[in-house]
Design a protein around this ligand. Structure first.
Ligand code: ADP
Length: 380
């Protein structure tokens, strides 16, 4: 069969990441990003310019999108709301529905829609397909999906726990089962996706039963710039007493909080060197991050009752051995025994627990672009 390729586009407010993927072999033909979209110092004015720049980068590499076997363009869309939980072909009606969903994800869906609009214009002859970060968690059990707030209000405004990073949680859980050589249906798993955004999930037989993010990607773990769980009382207190308005509070919680808010630095590599040079704020930020992570691990072990495998993924999960060590230290009684040497070495999908550890601890590199590309061809 001739190569077929999918162009996967992840369009954020100030960056556009793209990758040309062969969904059959899993190979990436090209990956790139255009940063600083719309920033004063940048010559990339908007998403239209960004995508044109991306096409130039592909052309510089000898790739002509019109003659390379492109079968679809896959767009990562953060929020699918109640309606969208399958890869969905984008047409005007779907796009109009997605526009309405922007209220649920004001920081995330609008830039994706901009990317979709431009890409459809530049590549009108291939199907464009949206793949939703919420999709995998659509069937969370009601007890996990429901906020304990006034029911009529929640129903009227579609307030529930949606969960995000679903593409990654699903992919990693499949990879973990495959690596262990066991059927997905037979294992209980915890997946810890620790990147700039961070989330945890508990998965039974391939179906999610709990996840840490909620109505928006703000809930749950401490993240690079997001607070994660916080008493909603803080919100009203800041509004009433500090006279901050809703946009300021939302921006503070999403962009100026988390590890960045506590230490002035969100990158875990630099955070580590700050800790090593005695920076107390960096140490506290790290400790708060680890403490929250351990609380979630404990909670998910209890949610599952029996756990077979726990996997770390994304930038921090795949690369920060100290985070993995500190998150799991002293949990032998709960069935977790890390092998320090395995944890500190190796690459790719691997086991980092001892052979005797009742729960297998894995590192599993995520590949959201490949997962999106495969989702796309599944609906062609
Ligand atoms: P995103 O959520 O933006 O996709 P990634 O999954 O790429 O993020 O994770 C990015 C984060 O991973 C960085 O901010 C950094 O904190 C962390 N990271 C990446 N490489 C390393 C490394 N070698 N050691 C420690 N942390 C790392």
């Amino acid at each position: 069969m001739a190569d077929r390729l999918v162009l996967v586009i992840n369009s954020g407010s100030s960056s556009l990441k793209f990758q040309l993927v062969d969904p059959d072999s899993g190979a990436s033909r090209f990956s790139g990003s255009v940063e600083q979209i719309g920033e004063p110092s940048s010559d990339v004015a908007d998403h239209d310019a960004a995508l044109r720049r991306a096409f130039d980068l592909l052309a510089d590499d000898g790739i002509d999108l019109k003659h390379c076997g492109l079968v679809a363009v896959g767009h990562r869309v953060v929020h699918g709301g109640k309606r969208f939980h399958r890869p969905t072909r984008l047409d005007d009606e779907v796009i109009a529905e997605l526009q309405k969903l922007s209220a649920l994800a004001p920081l995330h869906n609008p830039p994706a829609l901009q990317g979709i609009e431009v890409a459809r214009k530049l590549l009108p002859d291939v199907p464009h397909i949206a793949v939703f970060d919420t999709a995998f968690f659509h069937h969370l059990p009601p007890a996990a999906a429901t906020y304990a707030i006034e029911r009529e209000l929640a129903e009227k405004w579609d307030i529930r726990r949606y969960g995000f990073h679903g593409t990654s949680h699903e992919y990693v859980s499949q990879q973990a089962a495959q690596f262990l050589g066991v059927p997905l249906e037979s294992v209980n798993q915890i997946v810890l996706h620790l990147g700039n955004g961070a989330s945890a999930s508990a998965i039974v037989g391939g179906r999610p039963v709990e996840t840490s993010m909620g109505l928006t990607p703000l809930e749950g773990l401490v993240m690079g710039t997001r607070s994660g769980d916080i008493d909603p009382g803080v919100y009203s207190y800041l509004w009433r007493t500090a006279k901050m308005d809703v946009d300021e509070i939302e921006s503070m919680l999403n962009k100026k909080s988390g590890v960045q808010g506590l230490a002035g630095e969100r990158d875990f590599r630099r955070l580590r060197s700050m800790i090593e040079s005695g920076d107390a704020a960096a140490k506290l930020a790290y400790d708060v991050f680890i403490h929250r992570l351990r609380k979630y691990i404990g909670a998910y072990l209890a949610v599952l009752g029996h756990t077979d495998v726990l996997s770390f993924t994304a930038g921090i999960g795949e690369h920060a051995a100290t985070v993995r060590r500190d998150a799991l230290a002293g949990l032998l009684e709960l069935g977790i025994e890390l092998d320090e040497k395995r944890n500190a070495t190796g690459s790719g999908t691997r086991r980092i627990s001892t052979d005797d550890s009742p729960i297998a601890i894995l590192v599993v590199p995520t590949d959201e672009e490949l997962a999106i590309a495969r989702d796309c061809v599944s609906v062609l």
